[in-house]
Design a protein around this ligand. Sequence first.
Ligand SMILES: Nc1ncnc2c1ncn2[C@@H]1O[C@H](COP(=O)(O)OP(=O)(O)O)[C@@H](O)[C@H]1O
Ligand SMILES: Cc1cn([C@H]2C[C@H](O)[C@@H](COP(=O)(O)OP(=O)(O)O)O2)c(=O)[nH]c1=O
Length: 217
Amino acid sequence: MNENVLNRGEHPPCGRFITFEGIDGAGKSSQIAAVAALLRARGIEVEQSREPGGTPLGESLRELLLHQPMHLETEAMLMFAARREHLAARIEPALAAGRWVVCDRFSDATFAYQVGGRGLARDKFEALEAWVHPRLQPDLTLLFDLPPETAAARVASAGADPDRFERERRDFFVRVREAYLERARLAPQRIRVVDADRAPEAIRADIERVVRETLLP
Ligand SMILES: Nc1ncnc2c1ncn2[C@@H]1O[C@H](COP(=O)(O)OP(=O)(O)O)[C@@H](O)[C@H]1O
Ligand SMILES: Cc1cn([C@H]2C[C@H](O)[C@@H](COP(=O)(O)OP(=O)(O)O)O2)c(=O)[nH]c1=O
């Protein structure tokens, strides 16, 4: 038998999936670009995306989610509807083709914001997660952790019009932060807590080290 055929068949291409999480103002955005640049410099093909969003339909749902008042369960289902589309149209095809996906938020955000922050029943979250991605989880999640006061000051000094989530009070973000940390305790191998209450350079060095140690040969 032809050796090339055997070698090709043994290892189908499969990219890695990295997500970034944290309360609003944690400082994810610029660090995502840095991680994507680090990977590209290694010759890895990277797709950068975000949730809610990442597809034309997902971006339309994002507009509604960020600005339109709605029932909590509607909010949770629309987050997962956008995610279903994102998985089908972008994440799964990219990973299957060997590309890496670097994404600003995924289901840990629904656990933190809708379950932790707003009080969605856990079994409803678990049912939606099991429906939309029964097997897939990120290979690595970087959780940017910092006090809500610091994050709120950053959001305020950025000066943009706050959306429906950014307008929430301190106690909401205290609960969101606690729910993220709870999820990290449940999945310590996958979710790495990053101290985000530091200068951007220190955070960047930390997350580049974690990405190197966990995912790069
Ligand atoms: N480590 C940091 N220290 C101080 N300010 C920061 C830091 N990281 C980001 N910022 C600023 O805080 C604001 C929110 O950052 P951003 O990356 O948009 O957060 P996120 O995407 O997590 O909501 C921006 O104005 C950004 O310039
Ligand atoms: C993905 C996701 C986001 N969100 C919220 C968190 C954020 O406040 C908002 C948008 O996230 P994000 O894109 O991080 O906002 P920004 O770029 O303005 O920092 O959506 C949820 O409540 N549940 C979810 O499942």
